[in-house]
Structure formats: C-alpha cells, structure tokens
Write a protein that binds this ligand. Structure first.
Ligand SMILES: [Zn+2]
Length: 352
C-alpha cells in the first residue's frame, strides 16, 4: 500500500474516532455484526522493508481485539452460526466471526493457542496448492526480489526497464511500482509469468515459501480436529478468479473443496475468494459459488453485515485487521460500521 493511501485511511479512522462521529453514526450503520479477516499472526519482525506488513498482526494485538470484542458484548461465532443467524433473522446479539486466510503455520503456532484458550471459533481458508507444496506466494517472491537486490531490470511491453532498489525508499517505491503494474494485468497468467520470470532472473525460489510458511496436511489435520475450527476453501492455486475463464474459476472452487474433503475428511461449506477485492471476485464468482452450493463466500470488500446480506450470502464483506493499523480504536471505528459506511457511500450491500 502506498504511503499516501495509508495516511488517508489512518486520518479517516482517526477523524471518525476522535470526533466521536463513529458513536453517533453507530445506530444507523453498525449492522448485525462483522467478519474479521486475518492472515499472519506472529511477533513483529525487525526488518525495515516489509511491504506485506498489512497482512500480519501480532499475537498481543489479536488478544487485545478478542478482549475488546467480549467486553463490547459481541458474540464470537462460527461461520455456520453466522449463516444460521442470517437466514433465521436472529439478530438479538451483534456477532463477530474470525477468519484467517491462506493457512500459514503461524495460524497453528501463534493464533490457535490464543483462540483455543479463549474458546473462540474461527475459520481457516486453505488454498490447497499450499499444503500440496505447489503454491506460488507471488507477493512474497516479489518482496524477496526487491529486498535482495540493489537494482532490478524487467521487460515491460518488450522493453527493458530498470528499477533502483538501493535504499529503503527505493525498495518501497520499486515494490509499489511492480505490484501496481502486475495487479493491473487482465489475466492471472500474465501476472504469474512476470513473477516467475523475475524470480528466475534473481534466484528467488518461489516454491520454498510454501514449505517455510504454510501448514502441511498433517498440521491441518491437527487443526481441523478441533470443533472450534472451520476449514474453508480458498481455491487450489490462490487465483484471482475474475481474471481466469469461467470454466477455470468454477473448477478452482470445486476442486479445492474436493481436495480438502479428500485430505481432511471435512467438506467445506464456506469459501473465501483469493485477494477478494472487486478486481478478483465479482457477480460471476458470486453466482458460481452459490451454484456450487457453498453456504457462504467472503470477499475482502470492506463492510459490516446487514439483514439484507441474507440475499447475498456468497458476496459477504469483511473487515481486515490490518497490520499497518494495529490500534484498538481503529477496530472500534471499523466495527461501528462508520468507516465502511463512508467508504461505501452508505450503501449496505455491494454485490455488483
Ligand atoms: Zn489468500
């Protein structure tokens, strides 16, 4: 995320918090509850260059969020329980679901002990190529290329371009440039090809990230045995589904469910769209997920849940616990619905 964007988000959250506006707006915009998104939960690292830091929070922060949620009277429920409450219109108590994407090993090592001790149900969304050790965590490969080199050359539209990566500021700029460029591609294939090419040029072993960072099937079996844990599907190859053909999108969703069922003996009823923003999941994906029989599917479109989401169960918004903003007051503002209401133009459901 660019520095400017971070500042705008932070300033907006601070303004809503310190002006008290989020308290005044809460009765109108807070909805029924929310689904929280986490990725890594692990101790803070000292590295100065951490372009993916938004994807990780510390165990201490997770603990303080859980304590706050209990204090504030939220019911902490599973996705099945949330689904039931939505379809039965049981809105007596505001609720929060905890979801953790990608199946990193720190989910088992750092998040699980806390959630277990607090008896909090949670869902883990697994891209099956990660435990199969065939996954490409391309955003980490990109980070490694920029971190380990002082200079990068890359082919853009057939022309050799070069990027300086000497200082921290150079690296932040180079990463933002590269990330923005590859996210603008129309297809997932183009993105993967550029990252594979860069990784080969600069000797970054993409496959190694799976082994280093992601749970294997044994570890997932251990986690899945706990009734607190819901295992959800997150496609096979962690693809941005809107950037592949309809046939591939459908098979990515269906295959990941079949592989999880075969490996863990549980058939996932819930799906998380990889990346999950508007460029990676839209009406076509919402329709396919519903047709495949998923009870719910979650995006990363920001928002809290309203009664009207009952009719859009495969297009649910979530609220990300962003590692760049690890302050309880931001969580309070986000769960008040005030920030997301402003970002969404006060529209409750965004399924278009
Ligand atoms: Zn993911």
């Amino acid at each position: 995320m660019t520095g400017l964007k971070k500042t705008i988000i932070r300033t907006g959250l601070e303004t809503l918090y310190f002006s008290g506006a989020h308290v005044m707006m809460r009765p109108f915009v807070s909805g029924l509850g929310a689904i929280l998104t986490l990725h890594h939960v692990r101790p803070a690292r000292p590295d100065r260059f951490q372009p993916n830091r938004l994807l990780e929070v510390t165990p201490d922060f997770l603990e303080s969020v859980l304590r706050y949620l209990r204090r504030a009277g939220f019911a902490l429920v599973s996705l099945d329980e949330m689904h039931q409450r939505l379809i039965e219109e049981d809105f007596r108590q505001r609720f929060v679901c905890i979801t953790i994407d990608d199946g990193y090993r720190d989910t088992l090592q750092c998040a699980y002990p806390i959630l277990k001790r607090e008896q909090v149900p949670f869902a883990v969304f697994i891209p099956t190529s990660f435990p199969d050790r065939l996954g490409e965590l391309w955003w980490l490969a990109l980070e490694a290329v920029v971190a380990r080199n002082e200079h990068i050359s890359i082919l853009v539209n057939g022309e050799e371009q070069s990027l300086e990566c000497r200082t921290l500021a150079d690296k932040v700029h180079a990463y933002d440039q590269l990330y923005g460029w590859i996210r603008s591609f129309a297809t997932e294939d183009e993105l993967r090809n550029v990252v594979r090419d860069l990784s080969a040029r600069y000797q970054v072993d993409i496959a190694a990230f799976c082994d280093d960072l992601c749970m294997n099937w044994e570890e997932l079996t251990e986690l899945a045995a706990d009734p607190l844990v819901t295992i959800g599907a997150h496609t096979v190859n962690h693809v941005m589904l809107a950037k592949v053909s309809e046939q591939v999108a459908r098979s990515e969703m269906a295959m990941s469910r079949a592989v999880i069922e075969a490996s863990l003996g549980v058939r996932p009823d819930h799906l998380s769209y990889p990346v999950g923003d508007k460029t990676s999941a839209g009406p076509r994906e919402f329709r396919i997920a519903a047709a495949l029989g998923f009870k719910t599917a979650v995006t990363t479109r920001p928002g809290v849940l309203f009664a009207s989401h009952r009719d859009h169960l495969t297009a649910l918004p979530r609220i990300s616990l962003n590692g760049e903003h690890q302050q309880l007051r931001y969580v309070r503002v986000l769960l008040s619905g005030a920030a997301t209401a402003v970002w969404n133009g006060f529209q409750q459901v965004d399924a278009a």
